[in-house]
Write a protein that binds this ligand. Sequence first.
Ligand code: PLP
Length: 336
Amino acid sequence: MTPIDLRSDTVTQPTQSMREAMLRADVGDDVYGEDPTVNALQERLAHDLGFEAGLFAPSGTQANLLGLLSHCQRGDEYIVGMDAHTYKFEGGGAAVFGSIQPQPIVQAEDGTLPLDAVENAIKPVDPHFARTKILCLENTWHGRVLPRAYLAQARALCDRRGLKLHLDGARLFNAAVADGVAPREIAKHFDSVSICLSKGLGAPVGSVLVGSRALIDDAKRWRKVAGGGMRQSGLLAAACLHALDHHVERLADDHRRAKTLADGLQGLSKVTVAGQHTNMVFIDVPKEHLDPFRAHMDAAGIRMSIGYLPRIRMVTHIDIDDAGIARAIDAFRAFG
Ligand SMILES: *Cc1c(COP(=O)(O)O)cnc(C)c1O
């Protein structure tokens, strides 16, 4: 029985046609800027999202780090959500490698950072304080699409207070598909955006940072420093281009399946659905049922990520079809 892997949208296997696109890729040494496929990917995402330039990176963590290192100097500060990936799940990289201090803010339930709290966190210009330089948002956040009116307000605040605005857009395409807008309608509010091709888009490896030409020139230097300068990485970029051609619109299927899953878990006694947004479903299982729950789902071949977040998160993706969702729901209902 093939397992149904609900842990994350990072677990996907490259499709056969994606592998074929990788085999066909024209490649060169990207540290010399000579990989035509990497260049095509960078130019395409920069163009589609409304920026001057893009930079291919091996991970979203590195793309965010390169953005922060390029916007900030040692002793600068970024304002970020308390539960944001760029604060909590990236090993403190900005502080470790950039001497950039995070100023975390508690996120509202919808994933926004309340703008009065952001404004209160901006430090006065004074030798006592780090220099507040940038605000980082995340969209989607725990699957939630940030309201576009909020993005405009955040942009206005950054303009008024002289801050840059960075988007951790690991799942920007999920947000765009859910909202029925072009990704650039979301990206246009930001000075830089990182995108993951290795999440719902289904590529094996790869993220891209987009921004101004000057920012990307800096980021390219930092990528080399961080050990992220790759050589014939067009093999990977080809998978990413294939994903952009074939896997964007189908994100709507993941969102629909997440809703089917959430609906199918209504009325259970030991499992409560806490929310469903885009391709994610969050559930609560009381502590006393957790061990049996884990064992039951294991035995049913349903892979779950338990213990990383306060709530159990399930994520739909290209390798889970309608039958997989039905099997997952059956397993839940058998548990009760
Ligand atoms: C996955 C993810 C990243 C980057 O993760 P990598 O595993 O380093 O590619 C960044 N932000 C968010 C919100 C993510 O979900």
